[in-house]
Design a protein around this ligand. Structure first.
Ligand SMILES: O=C(O)C1=C[C@@H](OP(=O)(O)O)[C@@H](O)[C@H](O)C1
Ligand SMILES: C=C(OP(=O)(O)O)C(=O)O
Length: 425
């Protein structure tokens, strides 16, 4: 896939469903009693991995475009799958499903693709084991494949070293089945979609500061879920709209949950012209249309509590910083090293190949903006966020930018290139 300098981008984009909310709607729908009707579901490869795992455990799930119907069998209605469960490329599937599987009355093996087999799973093995789970890394390297032998669990109060919604959600899902209360405290607040949806399905989850607490549930009840647009996907159009001179884009129906909206603060702090319109709430999740107009940007420092609120948007923010005057410093973002690729290393390597002045630091990067970029051949390392980031960056560089492994955008945004091209004049 090749990109060259774009003329102003104009038009409207309806962002596909939020990946985090889509995963959770299938998971909770599968362990709830009755039917869950999901609209604006994200039919990306990661969410299809979640569907395939629950189908293998006896759940009827019908997909019709972005409408999904899940016929749940109740909290104790999952069946032992005939074979291994394949989580594909999805960290969310692997970590969240482990919390549910730890409490079932059967054994199961979970695996995934080459990227998943390198991502850290000790972060869930440790707390789930403290709850009484029997969960092992089969290769004994702290990664998938994982062998889980379901056991009765008991509640704990776990203090996590990292602010991670996947760790927190895995523990809370196990807590649904545990004896007594289960609490998770994190250094900063991570996305709270599990807490919102668990309550929406009839569970009892309370949050105080950075601690979430669940009491075991007798049953969850199927519900209607309208998935908001994914702000992590909207991020590419926010950046494109700000970076390509003369652009004006209306991004329809994006989720703006305050635990996810760090990108909006960053765009504004960098001088971006962004307006929220039609604010609303869908299935407990706040949404809005976002109007973005091209702007002259300046560098800022991004660190601390905002990092979990924009963790998946940092590759795009780093590229945007190349077009901002002055220095942008990203700190406290060590988690980027354990995503689908090492996103610090891959960003620094690829931005440097385009002529950017960017430096890798231990837990982040420093970008000195304002230098024109030129096209290059970009190895996405099959990381969807990297491929989309450089498609947008290529629109602002002299010459041609070629993305290798461009099809990996199917993980989170199958129609991405089509939607981007729809804004070309
Ligand atoms: O819970 C979720 O749905 C997610 C949490 C984040 O991961 P961590 O929990 O590892 O930070 C994020 O990077 C991922 O894309 C989705
Ligand atoms: C890190 C991501 O997802 P996951 O952890 O589910 O693989 C992502 O989508 O950027």
């Amino acid at each position: 896939m090749k990109f060259t300098k774009a003329s102003p981008l104009k038009g409207e984009i309806t962002i596909p469903g939020d990946k985090s909310v889509s995963h959770r709607s299938v998971m909770l729908g599968s362990i709830a009693k009755g039917t869950t009707e999901i609209s604006h579901f994200l039919p990306g490869a990661d969410c299809l991995s979640t569907i395939s795992c629950f189908r293998k455990m006896g759940i009827s799930i019908e997909i019709n475009g972005d409408s999904v119907i899940v016929k749940g069998n109740g909290l104790h209605g999952l069946k032992k799958p005939a074979g291994i469960l394949d989580c594909g490329n999805s960290g969310t599937t692997t970590r969240l499903i482990s919390g549910i599987l730890a409490a079932q009355d059967f054994d199961v093996t979970l695996t995934g693709d080459d990227s998943i087999k390198k991502r850290p799973m000790k972060r869930i093995i440790e707390p789930l084991s403290l709850m009484g789970a029997d969960i092992k890394s089969i290769s004994d390297n702290g990664c998938a494949p994982l062998a889980i032998s379901g056991k009765p669990l008991h509640g704990i109060h776990y203090t996590s070293k990292v602010a991670s919604a996947q760790i927190k959600s895995s523990i809370l899902l196990a807590g649904l089945y545990a004896e007594g209360e289960t609490k998770v405290t994190e250094p900063y607040r991570s996305r709270n979609h599990s807490e919102i949806m668990l309550n929406y399905f009839g569970a009892d989850v309370k949050t105080e500061g950075t601690t979430a607490c669940i009491t075991p549930a007798k049953e969850l009840y199927g519900n209607k879920i309208a998935v908001p647009g994914d702000i992590s996907s909207a991020a590419f159009f926010l950046a494109a709209g700000l970076m390509v001179p003369g652009s004006e884009i209306l991004i329809k129906n994006a989720g703006i949950n305050p635990t996810r909206d760090g990108i909006l603060s960053v765009c504004r702090d960098m001088g971006g012209n962004i307006t929220l319109l039609n604010e609303n709430t869908d299935s407990g999740e706040p949404t809005a249309d976002i109007l973005v107009k091209s702007s002259s940007l300046h560098g800022i420092t991004i660190e601390g509590a905002i990092i979990p609120r924009l963790i998946d948007e940092l590759p795009m923010i780093a590229a945007m910083a190349c077009f901002a005057e002055g220095e942008t410093i990203i700190k406290d973002a060590g988690e980027l090293k354990v995503k689908e690729s090492n996103r610090i290393e891959v960003m620094v390597r690829n931005l440097s190949a385009m002529g950017a002045d960017v430096e890798e630091t231990e837990y982040g990067m420093i970008i000195r903006g304002g230098k024109p970029l030129h096209g290059a051949v970009i190895d996405s390392r099959l990381d969807h966020r990297i491929a989309m980031t450089f498609a947008v960056t290529g629109l602002c560089a002299e010459g041609e930018t070629e993305i290798l492994g461009a099809e990996c955008v199917n993980i989170s945004y199958p129609g991405f290139y089509h939607d981007l091209q729809s804004l070309f004049q």
